[in-house]
Design a protein around this ligand. Sequence first.
Ligand SMILES: Nc1ncnc2c1ncn2[C@@H]1O[C@H](COP(=O)(O)OP(=O)(O)O)[C@@H](O)[C@H]1O
Ligand SMILES: [Mg+2]
Length: 503
Amino acid sequence: MRQRGPGRDVARLLADFGHDLPATPAEPAQAKEPRLFTRASRRGPRRAGRGWAASPGAPVSSWRMTSDQVPVLWPLIATPGLPPTGAQMGIDVLSGGSFFADPFGWVLRDDVPVTNPNVMCFGKPGRGKSATTKAFLLRMMDFGYRALVLGDPKDEYEPLCAFFGVDPIAIGPGLPARINPLSFGPLAGGWDTLDRQGAHTRAGIVFGRWLTLIRGLVGSQRVGATPVPFGPVEEQVVKAALRALTGYATGATHLVETTIPALWHQLTTPTPQLIEECRYASTRQFLDESRLLRDALGQLVDGALAGLFDTHTTIDMDWDAPIASLSLSRLMPLGDEAVGIALTCLSSWGRGMRENARSGDLRINVRDEVWKQMRLGPEAVKSFDQDLRLSRAAGDIQWANAHKPADLLSVGDAGSQAVTIAKDLLHLTDVKILHGQDHGVAADLEDLLGLGPIARDVVTRWAMQGKGRALWCVGDQQYKVQTVLHPLEAHLTFTNDAITGAA
Ligand SMILES: Nc1ncnc2c1ncn2[C@@H]1O[C@H](COP(=O)(O)OP(=O)(O)O)[C@@H](O)[C@H]1O
Ligand SMILES: [Mg+2]
């Protein structure tokens, strides 16, 4: 308490006048702790294996270089690690640690540059896209996610379904399963309880989904090389017909589900109300001006959709099962276009089924071989674009597998609106998994995704040297990851049966 320097402190002052302040009792002296570290010489302890240096420290040298050159000297410096949450996929080979994939977890964190949970997987056939997809599904199931395979063109998800005791639903000519892409889904009931505004909003959702589908289907038909147009006029006609068919136009409290053939029929034999609502002068004018639209729909009704997507849904999907899959291999003989159309219908139907999803009902929607759908044309790309946009709201992860970016870009001429939309699609998938590619394709990828030469070499060399190797682009961070399969998973993901049989 004693103060140094001139003057008295308060205690001293009071003491001088006879008032002694009580002093704090002195703490008993503590025994000194033993030294933890003994002092070593500057060159380290002079003993074998103890890090002794012959010279008294190397001079520090400083270097200046570009980020392209840095990895040559410090090859092991990698991107910041990701949190260990979600599916443990395998090894992050640059850090040697485990790599975890958790798209929703990433969206929620500020330190991971990801704003949507969608995943796009590119890779040469046979490099392990589907196997990585299946491993991800299996591992996310532990966290309550369910998988919905919206079209499995090779039936390769069937072993996975069998593993969970689920029967995949096979779709094909002559099979009983029918899916009505114009179904209301979970929004079917309770229209009578909605007020005007509520009914209007709900109609907006349902009719919007149907219009996107019809636009995609009509746009997949071609006159010569150009897709059949689906502009505002066609949209009005289809919308009016759908409103009439469902009873929405007349304000019915119980709406009737309709089908694509019924829509076609309605357009072929238009009612006077429909003609008036669409502002045509006569039935003749209506029929003349909607001919292309009707014929495009008619083609679909007789052709690609016949017996598959042309009547009310007959399947009863168990939405609580861990996985649901729609096998499409029986459509393969009908050609890529038919498969593409089936994928479009299933996509739209799947989207409908997810409207009104319970919160916490997390799902991974898988679209393997999505390029078959993209090839249908710009409208199909737009429909896929809608799915990707909805995922944040619905609590779904959209997972799409494609071979190369050209699959998306072949929808139109360079610089066309379709190509712009396709390029934008890539921005709606913040996570991209790039499996091995040939040089030409990798150049496209580099161009589109701004990969840079090092990442390109990872894709064309390292990733080509082993199955399941891929460059994971999580936002703008890149990870070299080897997917590691459990022997059981290796069995479930084996897709080389045909080749091994031949060898
Ligand atoms: N990470 C991996 N480890 C071992 N084998 C793998 C791995 N990834 C894929 N495979 C095997 O390679 C084969 C082809 O993989 P697949 O996923 O079907 O390729 P893709 O979908 O890219 O065409 C499958 O038989 C699969 O079991
Ligand atoms: Mg595959």
